[in-house]
Design a binder for this molecule. Structure first.
Ligand SMILES: [Zn+2]
Length: 216
């Protein structure tokens, strides 16, 4: 195992944000991407965060957080919609791999959210399993609409908050880890144009850890 000491949720969050700040500034270090790291992590992984994000091709996890092999346990679906496989993967990350942090990563101009808004507003139909994605985003878009939110960022934030709540409502394993202080769940919104990950919501993270350096 590569980490001398397990990280706290706050330390893991700081580590993740530091990488994003390097990426935003155009000064990435590309850590843990060499042959030595490959050999070091082959016997076993100890990722410091589980990242559950949208599948959007512009949201590549290790790139936007400037990390490498063995750092992030990544689960991505269109619109970060969560079903049983996603929940099982996240539970594996926190209970077997002891990840101290789970990140929900949404972003602006999300196609899944746009498709859902179009389906609700214009009655545009979707076919096949895309309909399943749209149905899972619908709850968030309706909640945003009920709250009077109309801007893209506001609706995305609502969907990120809903996803965080859903993970904790559906997964007893994750909720227990958060209650025990072993894991925190953080929702971040990624901005495509500048690469920044903006803080949206958190569970199980101290106030002081959630506030600084999270962009605006
Ligand atoms: Zn998306």
């Amino acid at each position: 195992m590569h980490e001398a000491l397990p990280l706290t949720p706050s330390e893991a969050f700081e580590l993740l944000l530091a990488g994003n700040q390097r990426f935003v500034a155009g000064t990435p270090e590309h850590p843990n991407q060499d042959a030595a790291r490959r050999a070091e992590t082959a016997p076993g992984q100890r990722p410091f965060a589980a990242l559950f994000g949208c599948s959007d091709s512009r949201l590549a996890a290790e790139i936007v957080f400037d990390r490498g092999l063995g750092d992030l346990f990544v689960v991505r679906t269109a619109g970060h919609v969560a079903g049983a496989e996603v929940l099982g993967s996240i539970e594996y990350a926190v209970s077997v791999l002891d990840c101290p942090l789970v990140v929900v990563l949404g972003h602006d101009s999300c196609g899944a959210v746009a498709a859902t808004r179009a389906a609700l507003t214009d009655g545009l139909g979707t076919t096949g399993y895309v309909r399943d994605v749209v149905e899972r985003v619908t709850t968030s878009v309706l909640a945003a609409r009920a709250a009077g939110l109309t801007g893209d960022d506001d609706i995305i934030d609502e969907h990120i908050r809903h996803t965080v709540d859903l993970l904790l409502d559906r997964s007893r394993v994750l909720a227990d880890q958060v209650t025990a202080g072993k894991t925190a769940v953080v929702g971040l919104s990624y901005r495509l144009a500048d690469g920044s990950a903006r803080f949206v919501t958190a569970r199980g993270l101290p106030e002081e850890a959630a506030a600084p350096g999270t962009g605006a």
